[in-house]
Design a protein around this ligand. Structure first.
Ligand code: ACM
Length: 556
């Protein structure tokens, strides 16, 4: 059971085991109460053992679990010792203890991931072991695109649990796009009344002739968002919302046509987009648009509160909670070139061109967020035309944007599409469902290196971490998301957490050996991953057009 994923920094196995019984106690010391509640709940569900509160580690019986803060450890660092006195998990903060508790669950075997005991007479044991562990990166992220296909709230909570099981700590929620607006904004009800659904949906690549001729939609109420944020915080996961501007905005324009370039297109006739690709209908760069999105962001900031930084170790940390993602990617400039209004604005501001106009638009919100103690993060296009100090960059078009950003003193999250876009197919074979983009196997992801070698040590310090992105154009339900995300997210988690050697030296055989145990965990969790032998019959999508062109721009 010591086949851990992600691999810890150090693990020394002993020869005995700690048996958990109906008498075993769980002691959550000051500051770890939340972790204690989580651990007791999941282990009680899986084992039926009550794990009553103990006042301290029961050193006479040696069958208890202790959770303790050790201020000598870094916040996310933990030490797990299982020996004759029981199991002790110490962490630098509640987050470190929580990651140690995740390791403890792995040590108990795959059935520790079930939600009810199987009813067989069985023993629950933690092997004697000493583990010392800490993450390589502070930002270990997953982007979920809930705009292209809506993921109901329950599915998001489930993804948060799956992230926690893999020691990932940032959920980047892509909440708005051409194909849907997914967050209730009280002062602009049409964003969800109109923008949260479409009448039909293209099935497969945009060149596919097939349509799903039924409405698709959904959105999170403000209370749903509060619940998601709180649920994630209890698991030491921060949620970074993305409101994508000034491109990827047709759903918002369909709801409020005045947001679009009304002197170029009849925006009143636009509907929420029902197909895929890069959309020409972008926001108009007017004062009215700026005011509208300030109104949106005022509600977003309320729903995604920033960590005050003054909290005690007992308060769940919400990593990177001050960040707000404003997109900035793939904004075609044709309408701005044709729009007298946009051209007048370029003239008034004395700007060079339309790219500078976009930089001005993003810069406005970088300042607006900074004035409220927040930080803007955006896709690497926001570097074009100059970027406000303090803003951070998600490097998606390869490493280049991230390298330029780090050199210019910006923080960077590395998520290059060539490596960690999990919508891309994971095998070259003909059976992959709706195959698009690059072939990126489990091994490819395992060999992904977030820090490019051309950065100096100081520049590399700008790399906050890394993120895998799950764009859902061809993932219409949970099973499709599971298939694309797993098992590759396990490899990604190890890249983000573990101190791996250079890509060519990584021990893929050892990772695959540990994956054998990990597949049993995913089975118990009910994850519909891609089996190593290829898709199961019901995971195939015969006849659906993808875009399996190696080397081609993968945009749908
Ligand atoms: C992106 O994939 N357009 C960020």
């Amino acid at each position: 059971m010591t086949e851990l994923i992600p691999a810890p920094r150090s693990l020394v196995a002993g020869s005995g085991e700690v048996r958990l019984t109906a008498h075993s106690r769980l002691h959550a010391a000051a500051g770890t109460e939340g972790v204690g509640r989580w651990l007791r709940t999941v282990l009680w569900q899986a084992t039926g053992l009550p794990l009553h509160e103990g006042r301290e580690l029961d050193d006479t019986e040696g069958d208890g679990i202790g959770l303790v803060i050790d201020p000598g450890l870094a916040p996310e660092e933990y030490r797990l010792v299982s020996d004759r006195s029981g199991v002790l998990v110490e962490g630098g903060s509640a987050a470190g203890v929580f990651w140690g508790a995740q390791t403890l669950r792995q040590l108990l075997g795959p059935d520790a991931y079930r939600r009810a005991p199987l009813g067989r007479d069985r023993t629950w044991a933690v092997p004697h072991v000493r583990i010392e562990d800490a993450p390589r990166f502070r930002w270990r992220g997953l982007l979920l695109d809930v705009a292209r296909h809506f993921m109901p709230k329950e599915g998001v909570l489930r993804q948060i649990d799956l992230m926690a099981a893999h020691k990932l700590n940032v959920l980047h929620l892509h909440l708005t796009d051409d194909q849907g607006w997914r967050i209730e904004i009280r002062r602009y009800p049409r964003l969800t009344e109109v923008g949260a659904w479409r009448a039909r949906t293209k099935i497969g690549h945009r060149a596919s002739p097939l349509w799903e001729d039924k409405p698709h939609g959904g959105y999170y109420t403000q209370d749903d968002i509060r619940e998601i944020v709180a649920y994630a915080a209890e698991r030491h996961i921060g949620v970074v919302p993305e409101i994508d501007v000034p491109g990827h905005s047709q759903a918002a324009i369909a709801a409020y046509p005045e947001l679009g370039n009304t002197d170029v297109v009849d925006t009143a006739s636009l509907t929420v987009w029902d197909t895929w690709g890069i959309n020409p209908n972008v926001l108009a760069p007017t004062d009215e648009t700026l005011r509208f999105y300030e109104g949106v962001l005022e509600e977003v900031l309320e729903l995604f509160p920033a960590d005050t930084g003054a909290s005690s170790p007992a308060v769940p940390s919400t990593p990177f909670s001050g960040f707000v993602h404003l997109g900035g990617d793939e904004c075609p400039k044709d309408q701005w070139r044709a729009s007298a209004t946009a051209q007048r604005r370029i003239g008034e501001l004395g700007l060079k061109d339309e790219d500078a106009l976009q930089a001005w638009f993003i810069g406005h919100f970088a300042d607006w967020l900074a004035a409220r103690g927040r930080r803007l993060i955006g896709w690497d296009e926001i570097l074009e035309g100059g970027l406000a100090p303090g803003a951070a960059v998600s490097s998606w078009r390869g490493y280049a944007g991230g390298i330029a950003a780090a050199r210019a003193g910006h923080d960077v999250v590395m998520c290059p599409e060539q490596q960690v876009y999990l919508d891309h197919r994971q095998d070259a074979g003909p059976d992959e469902p709706v195959p698009i983009g690059y072939v990126r196997t489990l091994e490819d992801v395992y060999r992904f290196e977030p820090v490019p070698p051309e950065l100096t040590a100081e520049e590399a310090g700008r790399v906050l971490g890394t993120q895998a992105n799950v764009w859902t154009e061809v993932m219409e339900d949970q099973g499709r998301v599971d298939y694309q995300v797993f098992p590759r997210l396990a490899a990604f988690a190890e890249v983000a957490w573990s101190p791996l050697p250079a890509p060519a030296e990584r021990d893929v055989a050892d990772f695959e050996r540990r994956m054998t145990a990990h597949y049993r965990r995913l089975d118990a969790l009910g994850v519909a991953y891609r089996p190593p032998t290829g898709p199961l019959p019901w995971q195939k999508r015969p006849g659906l057009l993808g875009r399996p062109i190696e080397g081609a721009p993968p945009n749908l």
